[in-house]
Design a protein around this ligand. Structure first.
Ligand SMILES: [Zn+2]
Length: 246
């Protein structure tokens, strides 16, 4: 009898301990949609970059119709949208759906050549905070020459705001990558990283707010040289974590 009571007591204590144990279940991983298409890239190394970001739940989508991820957003499950596409066509319906996602607070991280995606859509320039010129273009009565680029440059990158979550822990670094120059930027971009090279425009990484969405643009990211770079990986990781829908 005593033995039975002892077993029961231990059992009940055990149950009680379980019921009051702190909830140690890990937080769900941010869901991230990475969109490519309209420009070639080093695909295995690009996927390896995201495979290294194990705290994220990443889905890749290679566009077949330039912008179809915005065709039906009724069951959109993603916290962050990462654009690495340079496709151009986007219908009025898809534009409205893209804006609706941003209204709902879906974060946006724009990498490298996605600065020149949807290049004829003025609102896209506002969303990302920049306008890249694919050809000589008349603006307000003046001709702005096509923006320029140069491959395989050792680019000195200066951390302009080390206190920001996207640049936390980073120090000035050099990475071999492609530069861009001659694009326009919105005045309310918050500059995080500057490039210091005559073939590069200074503005390289910035954040901005667009409606309810946090937006971060990262100019770096042409090929495997940056995909495997620790500083680049940190920027991409921290940009996604910062931008994610809260
Ligand atoms: Zn490139």
């Amino acid at each position: 009898m005593l033995t039975t009571l002892a077993v029961l007591s231990a059992c009940c204590l055990g149950l009680g301990a379980d019921a009051t144990a702190p909830d140690t279940a890990p937080a769900p991983k941010p869901r991230v949609l990475v969109v490519t298409g309209g420009h070639g890239f080093d695909e295995p190394e690009f996927r390896a970059l995201f495979a290294a970001l194990t705290e994220l739940d990443v889905t890749f989508h290679d566009l077949k119709d330039e912008s179809e991820v915005f065709e039906d957003i009724g069951d959109w499950p993603y916290d962050v949208l990462v654009l690495y596409n340079m496709s151009q066509k986007i219908s009025e319906k898809r534009k409205a759906n893209f804006l609706s996602l941003l209204d709902k607070g879906v974060g946006l991280v724009v990498l490298h050549h996605a600065i020149a995606a949807f290049n004829d859509w003025p609102e896209y320039w506002k969303i990302i905070g920049a306008r890249y010129f694919l050809k000589d273009t008349g603006v307000d009565g003046k001709t702005i020459p096509a923006s320029t680029y140069r491959h395989d440059v050792d680019i000195p990158c200066k951390i302009e705001d080390p206190a920001h979550p996207v640049t936390a822990g980073l120090k000035d670094f050099v990475v071999r990558d492609e530069t861009y120059k001659g694009f326009l930027v919105e005045p309310d971009n918050h500059l995080l990283v500057g490039e210091d090279h005559p073939d590069a425009q200074r503005e390289a990484v910035w954040t901005r707010q667009y409606r309810n969405a946090k937006v971060c643009y990262i100019q770096l990211g042409h090929d495997k040289l940056s995909f495997g770079d620790d500083n680049y990986r940190t920027l991409v990781r921290q940009a996604i974590q910062w931008a994610k829908k809260s």
